[in-house]
Unconditional design. Sequence first.
Length: 489
Amino acid sequence: MSIKALEKAVEIAGGQSALGRLIDRDQKAIWAWINTTQKVPAEDVLKIEDALEGKVSRFELRPDVYPKPKPLDKIRIIGGQELNGELPISGAKNAALKIMCAALLTDQSLHLENMPNALRDIDSQTELLTHLGCVISSERDLMAINAKNVKDFTAPYEIVRKMRGSILVLGPLLARFGEAKVSLPGGCAIGTRPVDLHIKGLEDMGAEITLEGGYINAKAPKGLTGAKIVFPKVSVGATENLMMAATLAKGETILSNAAREPEIADLGECLIKMGAKIDGLGTDTIRIEGVKSLSGAHHSVLPDRIETGTWLIAAGMTGGTIKLKNARIEHLSSVMGLLAQSGMEIEQDGEDIIVHRNGLRLKGIDIMTDPYPGFPTDLQAQFMAMLTLAEGAAMVTETIFENRFMHVPELNRMGADITAQGNSAIIRGVKKLKGAEVMATDLRASVALVLAGLVAEGETVVNRIYHLERGYENIVEKLQGVGAQIEKF
Ligand code: EPZ
């Protein structure tokens, strides 16, 4: 196959990303292939043709023939630039990941808009759903998922270990097919993160669940039955898994002490468009009346409130005026009050938010994370990065995850003065941070280091940007667009 034929294949498949997903779901490999290969070996021509005819959904590209581009895994930032201009907010990762799983509940297509599709976590979820038998096509921020031919009900360890969000296939698979086998996600950098509430809730709905060889084996041959479930602890993922499972259960399910995050309401809105009967979204009591089947739907994913909050904090740290395009200020009310107290001016302009610092040094204030509508744990690291430069002392208390202070030693290496003990940290504001080579072990800690780098004196190098790419779409390009001196290398 010549490069021309390959280009034709891309065209037939509906774009490089679509061909990438048909072949090995790796767009970068397709790019590398197109850019570096003049001839494609005959065996691979057959594979591509089979993929394009729908005979196979996956095969591996041979790394010797189609070398993957060398991953860029560091970011260099020269601090001290004011940020000014417009920043587009992407669709919410933590809504999109769950809504993709909702597609498993129906044999019709789910059409999604405003998908944050340049994210590793979305790629991992795509890989998992494709492995189960879904047909997925995506182009820019659009994605279509069809789960008509799902025949495999196992979410394997190799995929689940990359991203805990894959546990969200458990409820939908069990509800529609009566069985599911999902690898236990295990702990992660921010804590042990058990899934007992997901399992207990599904058992209350009649599922038989055993744990074997690191897998959750769940069966409900006669289908799930509605139940009254009172969560002993607020859990985003358990609320979502059980809400999805309940849409196809017999009778009514009531979820009490449910999580109220806007991403859960967005998932619920999508399920309602698919024909589900759900009441109480956004409150701590969600009622779901099971229906026999769900249909396809069109849904636009809500804007990412955590990305929005991250850039609000960036503006506070660097000075300048940023307009955040397509953001929802109402989803950040707990954060807005605190940002205003510390000295930022924030105004709403239709769907946009305009933010700048009031010209004075920011003031230190105390924060404590809590389930929504409290202060989000996913903004704790970024807020702490901001407090390192505020006037006076501040205290940050993390109540959701037991090990979410990995950014502390790294920020201290940049000149911050933070003492962490247990789940609290005291931050004594310093006048300036100094650039350094830093490394983080989770998504939000990584972005906190990028924020610190934007204001630090000199050069900051952030290693393992893999973490950032899990959750921040085009972060380097977006920050360059508002004047940051930042590059990947
Ligand atoms: C979601 O994780 C988010 N992830 C996290 O986003 C976010 O930090 C978290 O909610 C809290 O807001 C996704 O949406 C993919 P939980 P989730 O169940 O659902 C304990 C990011 O950076 N718990 O609400 O896993 C748990 O250990 C991330 O984007 C149990 O004890 O969080 C934690 O202490 C990371 N048993 C607390 O509850 C369970 O069965 C809250 O966890 C489930 C949870």
